[in-house]
Structures are given as structure tokens and as C-alpha cells.
Design a protein around this ligand. Structure first.
Ligand SMILES: NC(=O)C1=CN([C@@H]2O[C@H](COP(=O)(O)OP(=O)(O)OC[C@H]3O[C@@H](n4cnc5c(N)ncnc54)[C@H](O)[C@@H]3O)[C@@H](O)[C@H]2O)C=CC1
Ligand SMILES: O=C(CO)COP(=O)(O)O
Length: 344
């Protein structure tokens, strides 16, 4: 049965997810904070800035008023960058529809607080509501979803019924959604892969080859799993769609904003220049800052993340960091992965 769904955030991912919901027959209210974008999208039925050349299906209306966008909806899905989550949740709080599922498809960890996105939403809704939040995450570039190319994701929540509602809303022949109970692992995997994708881009930008990239992906996954497991995730989640799956797509796809930013850094641009050129959310930058500090506090060894943090924020040369990583003390490959399993 067609439902009213609100999607908060009309960037590339919010727009692509709105298209999936509209393809499934739902009436989608896409909320944007930008009045020019609202006016132009409702006339052209395109999102020229973020998904040029894609014509939106019928059933998507763009709203500037949060109150109108979420009124009587069956689900509210956050797809704004992580840095805007608290502000947008506060805007939603006054108008929260009574029975709506609350979900997010944002990837990021907050610097200083180390909070995951679902934790930020829950914190901002404290005193207003205590509904369990669902996360939708996996290897999924907006550019391919908008072309209806086959894509698989995971929906996770502490309440499986809520995750199943999101699975049901989104599933179609191009867009397959699995459910999974480990929300901590899904949010950590989806957020931390962006750090490694920056590294993969840097490596490619420096002119290193596929061996180096495979090493970054594999050893990157080891350190993501080490931290995530210490903080309560199930190690198996990291070989799933939101872990290994998303790490592969983000480290190898030309669509990746994190890989592209890293690539520009590897070729010698400053962070400011690279972010300026991207002009879109590059979540790995803030997440690197957050995770480098979190890993230190938690006493977890994350040499790749710490090295990327040095390059982004402390003026280190990428080539020197690669040399340091390659000349660390000899180690047994599986010791730390065995530790991950032993902590369960
Ligand atoms: N683009 C993709 O293929 C995918 C993106 N994601 C995640 O989705 C989230 C959003 O990313 P994208 O859509 O790619 O970003 P984007 O850069 O394409 O668009 C961001 C949107 O958020 C809006 N925005 C920025 N600050 C805002 C604020 N304070 N209040 C309201 N709206 C605000 C911008 O106007 C823009 O419409 C990120 O966490 C990203 O990691 C997840 C999977 C795939
Ligand atoms: O999360 C994504 C793909 O699953 C998008 O990655 P980027 O933000 O690097 O484009």
C-alpha cells in the first residue's frame, strides 16, 4: 500500500533514496533547507547539482517546511551529512509524526563525543520521544542507485520490527535490503570505511598500485573490526555488506567522494583545496578526527587511521606515512584478528 514518506536531505543520497521509494509507489516528501533547490527541483524534476542528467520519477515533491514535509508520514529518513544531524533532528522534534519509523542513511562519527548517528538522533529527541532508530547502510553509490543498477544494503535496529518496516519500504528488484541486528557494527563499518577510502585515494594519487590498495582494504578492515568489536559490535558484521562490502565499493569506485578527495591529496592538493573542489559531503574527514581520538582513548591500535589523521590535520606527508606503515615492527598477521574473536 502506498505510504507518505519524508526524506530529510536533498543531496545525492537523499534524492536517490527518494527515487527508490517513489519507484515502489510511495508518495515521497523530500525536505531541503535550500529554498532555491526546492523551487528548481519541483519545476525541473531533476537534482541538477547532485545527480545531473537524472529525471526523477513522479511521486516526489520537494518541501522547505519541515512541518509540512513530515506531517502524517509513516517514516522519516535522515540523509543529511553527519555534521547537520543534530540541527535537523532538533527541527524535526517539534513536528515528529506519532507513529513514523525513524531511520537514517548517514555515515559518520561525531568528533569529541564519538557518537554514532543513531545516538545523536536519540540524544536530540530525548524528552520528546524514545523510538528506536533504524540505520540503512551498505555499498551503494547514489549515481548507480539513481540509474536503477543492482544494489544491496542492510537495515539494522535494536528493534527488528522497525528494521523490517524499512526493508519493506525500500525493497525492489534493483534494491535488495537485508536485516541485521548489530546496529553498532553497521554504523561503525559504514562510517569508518570512509577513512580507509581516503587512504586508498591517497595511495592511488601517489601512484601506488593495486597491491597497496588491497593491503589498505584488508588491514583497514582489521583495524575497523578491532575498534568496533571493542565498542560492542559483532565481528561477523564487518565481513557483511556494511563492512567489507562498503569498504570495497568506496575504496575502488570513481563515484566515491572520499576516494576522490584522497586522490587529490595524494596528487599534492591541500585538504582545503580538495574539499573545495568536491563541493559535496566528504564524511571521512570528520570521522578520521573522531576515530583517531576514540581509538587512543579506547587503547586500540589503528595505524592507518592515525596516519591519515596526521596527513589531514597535522601536515604529515602521505609518502612518509606509507613508509612508516611499511616499516613497523614485524607482526603475526592474525594475532589482532584473533583478539577480535577472543573478545566475544
Ligand atoms: N552519495 C552517496 O552515494 C551516499 C552517501 N551516503 C551518506 O549520506 C549522507 C549525505 O551524503 P550525500 O547525499 O552524498 O551528500 P551531498 O553533499 O550530496 O548532499 C548533502 C545535502 O545535505 C544538505 N545539507 C547540508 N547541511 C545541511 C543542514 N545543516 N541542514 C539541512 N540540510 C543540509 C545539502 O544542502 C545537500 O542537499 C552522508 O552521510 C553520506 O556519507 C551514504 C551512502 C551513499
Ligand atoms: O557510502 C558510500 C557508498 O556506499 C558513499 O561513499 P562516498 O561518500 O565516499 O561517495
Amino acid at each position: 500500500m502506498p505510504k507518505q514518506i519524508a526524506v530529510l536531505g536533498a543531496g545525492s543520497w537523499g534524492t536517490a533514496l527518494a527515487m527508490v521509494l517513489a519507484d515502489n509507489g510511495h508518495n515521497v516528501r523530500l525536505w531541503s533547507h535550500n529554498s532555491n533547490q526546492v523551487a528548481s527541483m519541483n519545476v525541473s524534476h531533476q537534482n541538477e547539482k547532485y545527480l545531473p542528467g537524472i529525471v526523477l520519477p513522479g511521486g516526489i515533491t520537494v518541501y522547505e517546511s519541515m512541518e509540512d514535509a513530515v506531517r502524517d508520514t509513516a517514516a522519516v529518513i535522515f540523509v543529511v551529512p553527519a555534521k547537520a544531524i543534530r540541527e535537523v533532528t532538533a527541527k524535526l522534534a517539534a513536528h515528529l509524526p506519532a507513529d513514523a519509523v525513524i531511520a537514517h542513511a548517514t555515515k559518520g562519527i561525531e568528533p569529541k563525543t564519538s557518537k554514532r548517528v543513531s545516538e545523536m538522533i536519540e540524544e536530540e529527541l530525548q524528552g520528546v520521544d524514545h523510538r528506536p532508530v533504524v540505520v540503512l547502510s551498505g555499498p551503494s553509490h547514489a549515481e548507480e542507485v539513481a540509474k536503477r543498477q543492482p544494489t544491496t544494503l542492510s537495515a539494522s535496529s535494536v528493534d527488528m520490527e522497525e528494521a523490517q518496516k524499512i526493508q519493506e519500504l525500500f525493497m525492489n528488484e534493483n534494491f535488495r535490503v537485508y536485516t541485521i541486528t548489530d546496529m553498532v557494527g553497521v554504523e561503525f563499518g559504514g562510517s569508518l570505511k570512509n577513512i580507509i577510502a581516503l587512504g586508498a585515494g591517497i595511495s592511488d594519487g601517489l601512484g601506488y598500485g593495486d597491491n597497496a590498495k588491497a593491503a589498505l582494504i584488508t588491514r583497514g578492515l582489521a583495524e575497523i573490526a578491532r575498534l568496533g568489536t571493542k565498542l560492542g559490535a559483532n565481528p561477523l558484521t564487518f565481513i557483511g555488506l556494511s563492512g567489507m562490502g562498503d569498504l570495497i565499493v568506496t575504496c575502488t569506485s570513481v563515484h566515491s567522494r572520499n576516494w576522490r578527495t584522497g586522490n587529490m591529496l595524494g596528487k599534492g592538493m591541500t585538504l582545503e583545496e580538495a574539499l573545495d573542489q568536491m563541493g559535496m559531503a566528504v564524511e571521512g574527514v570528520r570521522t578520521t578526527e573522531a576515530v583517531a581520538e576514540l581509538a587512543q582513548q579506547a587503547g586500540v591500535d589503528m595505524p592507518i587511521t592515525q596516519g591519515i589523521n596526521q596527513v589531514l590535520f597535522h601536515g604529515a606527508k602521505a609518502k612518509d606515512i606509507v613508509d612508516q606503515l611499511m616499516t613497523r615492527l614485524p607482526k603475526h598477521e592474525m594475532n589482532d584478528l584473533q583478539d577480535v574473536l577472543n573478545t566475544r
